[in-house]
Design a protein. Structure first.
Length: 186
């Protein structure tokens, strides 16, 4: 009984003196570089399905707000590189731009977050090119190595749609991205 009373007293003391997690170290402007591995599938000319694969690299720029342990913000990312049909290098996504909201929880130097936004794509197939848009969602984690330098990883899903060859037919693609990120907080 004595040990139970002492344990309860210690827990109450720790609970009353503990401070809420402060995520302010994550607040502010940040910028960085990212490299990604992509895979997925696409459908066009109804009934024709193709696998996609490729790598790309890009830049990120964002701003975070912090409130207690919570972090919220927005980010712009631009990726350039060829994500193409497997076995057919004539079709591929050349680039995409992402506008996304982020929200997460900070555990000291680690930020775990979810993201939701819009992706804009450009693609090319043997001289035919086009633009598309779509929904973007995913999860990520970042680690503050120093007060200004971070590293991280992100998993994204892009559900994109485009007008195929200006014909009114729709090209649809689902691309899964695993990205590594490095950056600086300012």
């Amino acid at each position: 009984m004595k040990y139970l009373a002492n344990s309860a007293a210690i827990v109450l003391a720790l609970a009353s003196t503990g401070n809420a997690q402060d995520a302010s170290q994550w607040a502010g402007v940040y910028a960085g570089l990212t490299t990604a591995s992509n895979s997925g599938d696409m459908t066009y000319d109804p009934g024709n399905n193709y696998d996609l694969d490729g790598n790309n690299a890009g830049v990120i720029l964002g701003y975070n707000f912090a409130r207690g342990p919570w972090v919220f913000g927005g980010e712009f990312a631009y990726f350039k590189g060829r994500v193409q049909e497997v076995g057919n290098p004539n079709f591929g996504y050349e680039s995409w731009s992402d506008l996304k909201a982020r929200g997460g929880y900070a555990f000291n130097n680690v930020l775990v977050y979810g993201t939701l936004g819009t992706t804009f794509s450009t693609w090319d197939e043997s001289g035919f090119s086009g633009d598309g848009t779509g929904l973007l969602y995913g999860v990520g984690a970042e680690y503050l190595v120093t007060s200004h330098f971070f590293v991280g990883a992100e998993y994204l899903v892009r559900d994109m749609k485009s007008d195929w060859n200006s014909s009114g037919e729709e090209l649809e693609a689902d691309v899964n991205t695993i990205a590594l990120r490095v950056g600086m907080k300012f």
